[in-house]
Design a protein around this ligand. Structure first.
Ligand code: GUN
Length: 295
């Protein structure tokens, strides 16, 4: 059997179309503010795409760039001014911050009502309590792709490899919210391969290139690869390439469906950020979230 390649790029494009329709139907134009500190090339590319897609979906985009030697107070003062600005619906501080800056204390300053990354303690608390709120983007994208493949996820066994604040932990809670049976595996887990082999849905979010092999995967499972690892390209000396945490060529021989890297989960993160911006704009004004954004 050969697995289906899950086209995250196409799903994300469809979601952006739905967001555009939702924005057109609103009485306000949501606005996303992005804060970028320093010169990390990957962060610059991510931010450029976030701004481009914010505008393409009909929303307003505000950008604040600070030099790599900006102080903690410089960053916090920008976040506070964005909190106070009623025209701003969402605040995203691009991570990682340059060395010497403490991202936790910057994130702690973000008004939870504008926390479109879903990273504040209030957002994390609301997720764990099962209350409505702004959910982290990448894990939400994973749930969307799994539902698109499998339909109702109730009763499915979801194994999440990784327990990070950004992906692993919230992914486990989001799949629990879908009535999955959830197992979290991590670096100290014993017999990790046999645990993964029990999964109907396998989420790999550890940052170890090609770690998940064919014999970790149950026949027909839905495999979602969150890893983005840059390694040297064995076929082109001196060049690098991006690979996930899943050995894709092995996975497609056994899984039912697999996300590629790139083109799987990656595009979903930005689309979910835009979706959260619309949701934040609605929540802040006591407006209903448009049904078209449901999944
Ligand atoms: N850097 C890489 N991914 C992300 C993300 O989802 N949010 C933020 N704020 N920074 C990132």
């Amino acid at each position: 059997m050969t697995a289906q390649k899950i086209d995250g790029k196409a799903y994300a494009a469809d979601l952006r179309e739905r967001i555009t329709k939702a924005v057109t139907g609103l009485s306000v134009q949501p606005c996303l503010a992005v804060v970028l500190v320093g010169d990390d090339p990957a962060s610059h590319v991510y931010v450029k795409n976030k701004i481009k897609f914010t505008k393409e979906t009909g929303m307003r985009s505000v950008e604040h760039r600070l030099p790599a030697n900006a102080s903690q107070d410089d960053v916090i003062n920008i976040v506070r001014s964005l909190n106070a600005d009623d025209n701003i619906d969402g605040i995203l501080v691009q991570l990682p911050l340059p060395k010497g800056l403490d991202s936790d204390s910057v994130i702690a300053q973000i008004d939870p009502a504008k926390d479109v990354d879903g990273l504040t303690d209030v957002s994390a608390g609301r997720l764990s309590l099962g209350q409505t709120g702004l959910r982290p983007c990448t894990p939400t994208g994973c749930v969307m792709l799994a539902k698109d493949q499998l339909g109702n996820l109730s009763g499915k066994h979801c194994v999440v490899i990784g327990r990070s604040i950004l992906v692993g932990k919230p992914a486990a809670l989001l799949f629990l919210e879908q009535n999955c049976t959830v197992t979290i595996a991590h670096s100290r887990t014993k017999n990790i391969d046999s645990i993964c082999r029990e999964a109907d849905i396998l989420i790999a979010a550890v940052g170890r290139p090609n770690m998940v092999k064919a014999d970790w995967i149950k026949d027909g499972a839905c495999v979602i690869d969150v890893g983005i690892n840059r390694i040297s390209n064995p076929e082109r000396p001196g060049k690098t390439m991006l690979v996930g945490d899943v050995d894709y060529n092995q996975a497609i021989t056994i899984a039912g469906s697999v996300t590629p890297v790139p083109g799987g989960v990656g595009p979903m993160t930005i689309a979910c950020l835009l979706r959260n911006t619309v949701i934040a704009a609605c929540y802040r004004r006591g407006m209903a979230v448009p049904d078209i954004l449901n999944f």
